[in-house]
Design a protein around this ligand. Structure first.
Ligand SMILES: [Zn+2]
Length: 246
């Protein structure tokens, strides 16, 4: 009991010297006043969190490809997302990706993990982040999809398998292309399943940061299916796309 008290005192002293601040508005976080215990740890205040562009439940599932084609081998591939691609979520995702602010992704990963449906009628075998090429991984220092996948893996209690798929081709940034066909062409043949894994029958949740045309997720899902995977679904933090099926 006393030991716990000492720890609390120590933590209070650290917070007194270096008060935790909200990563968005910069206000000092005070537990019980502008944030709860969990938010204190995630460095966000309740007010900023309330501005996150959360989608309605019925608006969270998308067909993977924005531009479907007839011979698509995976016409039923569906992707789940929690947010509209708007500020402050878009700002946080860009900070994570282009300014190496990993903690921004940890927050988003935690939020998508909390909200991802837990009532699916089958068992997940793995949460797999879409990989980066070695060159890009070296430049950024981490894979943004893996940071997000960690939140999903922890909340679902499903292993995070970050080396099942490898990126075997260095592609250009997808954001350089606007046409879906150019994006499809850019990622074609980009992935391979590492030969030490037997994924036959695995139900896999494939994770990326943003859903645009869906070409990257589709290509990664295709390679999983070609290697015998069972069900494959996608999960991303955000998309600017609107659901035309509702
Ligand atoms: Zn704030």
């Amino acid at each position: 009991m006393r030991k716990e008290g000492v720890k609390q005192d120590l933590l209070a002293s650290v917070h007194f010297l270096i008060p935790p601040v909200c990563m968005l508005c910069g206000r000092v976080l005070v537990k019980g006043r502008n944030c709860g215990e969990e938010l204190l740890h995630l460095q966000i205040c309740s007010s900023c969190l309330s501005q996150f562009p959360v989608r309605f439940s019925k608006d969270r599932w998308f067909p993977c490809l924005s531009d479907p084609y007839e011979e698509d081998p995976l016409p039923d591939l569906a992707v789940w997302t929690l947010f509209h691609y708007e500020a402050p979520v878009s700002t946080l995702l860009r900070k994570m990706k282009f300014h190496s602010k990993k903690y921004c992704g940890v927050l988003i990963g935690e939020l998508i993990g909390r909200e991802f449906p837990s009532d699916v009628p089958f068992r997940w075998d793995a949460v797999i982040p879409v990989p980066l090429s070695e060159k890009r991984l070296e430049a950024r220092g981490f894979n943004q999809a893996e940071v997000l996948a960690k939140g999903l893996s922890e909340h679902l209690g499903v292993p995070l398998c970050n080396n099942v798929i490898r990126k075997i081709k260095h592609t250009k940034q997808q954001s350089r292309f606007t046409e879906p066909s150019r994006r499809t062409e850019n990622v074609k043949g980009a992935f391979a399943v590492d030969e030490k894994w037997d994924i036959t029958g695995w139900n896999i949740l494939l994770v990326d940061d943003i859903l645009t045309t869906g070409a990257t997720l589709h290509e990664a899902a295709k390679i999983l299916h070609e290697n015998g995977a069972g069900r494959v679904f996608g999960a991303v933090a955000a998309t600017h796309r609107e659901n035309t099926e509702n």
